[in-house]
Design a protein around this ligand. Sequence first.
Ligand code: ADE
Length: 227
Amino acid sequence: MHIDIVTVVPGLLDSPFSHSILKRAEDKGLASIRVINLRDYAMGKQKQVDDYAFGGGAGMVMMIEPIARCIEALQQERTYDDIIYMTPDGATFDQPMANALSLKKNLLILCGHYKGIDERVREKFITKEISIGDFVLSGGELAAAVVADAVIRLIPGVLNDETSALTDSFQDGLLAPPVYTRPAEYEGMKVPDVLLSGHEAKINEWRFEASVRRTQERRPDLLGGQE
Ligand code: ADE
């Protein structure tokens, strides 16, 4: 999978992809990420990428021309399965969305800034609009990093057996069960006996029941109940 991320603040994305699982995915050649500075596609000495909103009001709006030039140049290199715009008024990101995106080959993610992008960019280029929650970030960069992380870890071969995504929270519609490691007892707090029993069927049954209980307690909405 290849992900191009277009931003006016490329520095914000310097580090998230250089560590741990995302770095391993790149090193293994399973994912590649390129951060593109929108300003490289701006015209004039000022390298202007935003302007005042027609109709007035506070805040600047990202202009269509630099974005169009950038996207059209990138489209010369590859065909994108989706051109995604990160925005608080998009569809709320969740695990099924991450699963679907992990099957794509080429993604372009456009990060918004200021008051957003000229609406005509959305009409002309954007195929998916994603929000990572009902709050407003200063820009789409951190949201794009969240989406890229959730998607890349699902690509077959990125995670090894111990970190398999199949046992993640949400992957089966339930929250993950509690986990424990050594010591088996800490200040009188004991790990449930069944987890030390070596009895795989019983352990699986305990984990499933603990998952259901945790989901009922914390996220009854996932089970079709009231939040
Ligand atoms: N840009 C600003 N806030 C955002 C959010 N909540 N999700 C995605 N992109 C954003």
